[in-house]
Design a protein around this ligand. Structure first.
Ligand code: 5RP
Length: 234
């Protein structure tokens, strides 16, 4: 099977991440096209080597994929600790800080990453940035009073060191997109975030904000897949 350059990069990063998997591990399984590659390669290894691993999925989409491919799953509430989580990202910087949530799964992704001994990010070179913010920052908010929460986020942005300040509500096929946990997503068009840790804390302090897609100091490694099938690790 010949792969597109993008899939070549995603599969290379996933194959490298797979070398970190050991028999008996509990694994956090991320969401998105790159994480999907990891789940596919994991399923092949489970069948080939008969390793016993259990996955904790970060979204309903990943549950469906893992079930279809025969990757054993359990719920996060049924495990004490996850050994390793492998997930994609929308952006990463040199400090391994991330923007995630392009697939609307940031809340479960962050809870699973926080419960993991190690979070490894798999990505291609297009996700590498000098400063986070070109990718619109997803923020998960509760539905109750969501326009008030949006106003509060707007007021916060007015006092923050960012390039742009536009906010949009993420839409699905029938109005605002509803996440797996029943919330809405705001996308913050910031252009450049000059103090990501400060913005992450300030967003989390707003009533109605559940979580932001800023993953600060959570990833321990980023594996960058290249279109020639090579990888780089930072
Ligand atoms: C989902 C995510 C994904 O990991 C992120 O959007 C990257 O996806 P892809 O690998 O398809 O580019 O955070 O909420």
């Amino acid at each position: 099977m010949s792969l597109s350059p993008a899939d070549q990069a995603k599969s290379a990063a996933s194959a490298r991440a797979l070398t970190l998997v050991e028999d008996g591990m509990t694994l956090g399984l991320g969401t998105g096209s790159t994480a999907g590659w990891f789940v596919r390669l994991l399923s092949e290894r489970i069948k080939r080597e008969r390793i016993r691993v259990t996955g904790v999925a970060t979204s309903s989409a990943t549950v469906w994929l893992a079930e279809e491919l025969g990757v054993p799953l359990c719920k996060l509430e049924d495990v004490e600790r996850i050994d390793l989580t492998v997930d994609g990202a929308d952006e990463f910087d040199a400090n391994l800080n991330l923007i995630k949530g392009g697939g609307a799964a940031l809340l479960q992704e962050k809870i699973v990453a926080a419960a993991s001994g190690r979070m490894v990010v798999i990505a291609d070179d297009s996700k590498r940035v000098a400063r986070l913010g070109a990718f619109p920052l997803p923020v998960e908010i509760v539905r109750f009073g969501w326009t008030s929460t949006r106003r509060a986020v707007q007021e916060l942005l007015n006092g923050m060191d960012v390039e742009g300040r536009e906010i949009s509500i993420r839409t699905g096929s029938a109005g605002p997109l509803v996440t797996d946990e029943g919330h809405f997503i705001l996308d913050l068009h910031l252009g450049q975030i000059n103090d990501a840790p400060r913005l992450a804390s300030a967003l989390n302090a707003i009533p109605g904000v559940v979580e932001s897609g800023l993953f600060i100091d959570m990833a321990s490694m980023v594996i960058i897949g290249k279109t020639d099938g090579k990888t780089e690790v930072i």
